[in-house]
Design a protein around this ligand. Structure first.
Ligand code: ATP
Ligand code: MG
Length: 257
């Protein structure tokens, strides 16, 4: 099956505008990745590995220095490539003086969704993220978990085929994480494709069809969790730690003063 997200030899360099002597930071280095329709793909890697940078290339916020990226077979340099995607940014700053339904109406209008259809979509996505009870409350009165869920509702308002979610469960309590996991599973059941980054390896193991582990801008391993754990004879967490070069310190005798 043709991938709906395809990254080929992607390289991204950041240059400091203020300080020409600061040199170049290579954030993504020769990345190749393909996500097929209907897959849930977990994009893993330590802080600074290049996950957000990769997503920013897909979203057209950052230009590739080399290589290419395509969504639905269209190069991401063409804005039309993003017509059928929904996106949850790593840091969500919404208009906090709006209510959830006002925010969703605002985004829906940007997508040009007709009023009657938009009201139905607002009801549907608020139901999906379980925020119907708070739909008329100002977002600034929401807890972090509720704000994260309104972010997900925003990402879903245009009924996208591909969801790009940058750490959708960051900062959520176990119940909040489980709820986001359930939403991802429901999206998969509805035939959507989900590409998301996460530091929660347990959740990734339960929800993902495939994972990739990025380190220093390079994809180190990629595949089904069950295949990776069988191939490397270890669990996902240990594999992750091995890849980032973690070596446990030998035990020392600790003394308390
Ligand atoms: N605008 C920028 N200018 C310069 N360097 C940047 C910029 N954005 C990111 N970087 C650098 O690029 C590298 C990759 O950052 P990126 O944000 O993509 O990592 P990440 O995998 O998303 O990390 P995290 O898990 O912390 O979100 C880091 O070294 C970061 O400091
Ligand atoms: Mg990031």
């Amino acid at each position: 099956m043709e991938p709906i997200l395809k990254i080929t030899d992607l390289r991204v360099e950041y240059r400091s505008r203020e300080d020409a002597d600061a040199g170049v930071k290579v954030a993504v280095n020769g990345l190749n990745l393909a996500v097929r329709r209907g897959e849930v793909f977990g994009f893993l890697g330590p802080n600074g590995a290049g996950k957000t940078t990769t997503m920013n290339v897909l979203l057209g916020f950052v230009s590739a220095t080399g290589g290419s990226a395509e969504l639905f077979g269209v190069n991401v340099r063409e804005p039309i490539a993003r017509q059928r995607i929904g996106y949850l940014p790593e840091l969500t700053y919404y208009y906090k003086f709006l209510t959830a339904e006002e925010l969703l109406r605002f985004y829906g209008k940007i997508f040009g969704i007709a009023s009657a259809e938009l009201e139905k979509r607002i009801d549907h996505v608020l139901g999906l993220v379980e925020l119907e009870h708070a739909r008329k409350r100002l977002i600034r009165t929401y807890s972090k978990g509720m704000q994260q869920r309104v972010g997900l509702a925003q990402a879903l308002i245009n009924d996208p085929d591909l969801l790009i979610l940058d750490e959708p469960t960051s900062g959520l309590d176990p119940l909040g994480r489980m709820k986001v996991r359930e939403i991802i599973q429901r999206l998969r059941d509805a035939g959507k494709t989900v590409f998301f980054s996460s530091h929660e390896l347990g959740e990734v193991e339960t929800v993902c069809d495939r994972v990739g582990i990025l380190h220093e801008g390079r994809l180190q391993v990629e595949g089904r969790v069950s295949d990776l754990t069988a191939r490397y004879h270890t669990n996902l967490e240990q594999l992750f730690l091995q890849i980032i070069g973690y070596r446990p310190n030998p035990p020392t005798t600790a003394t308390c003063a």
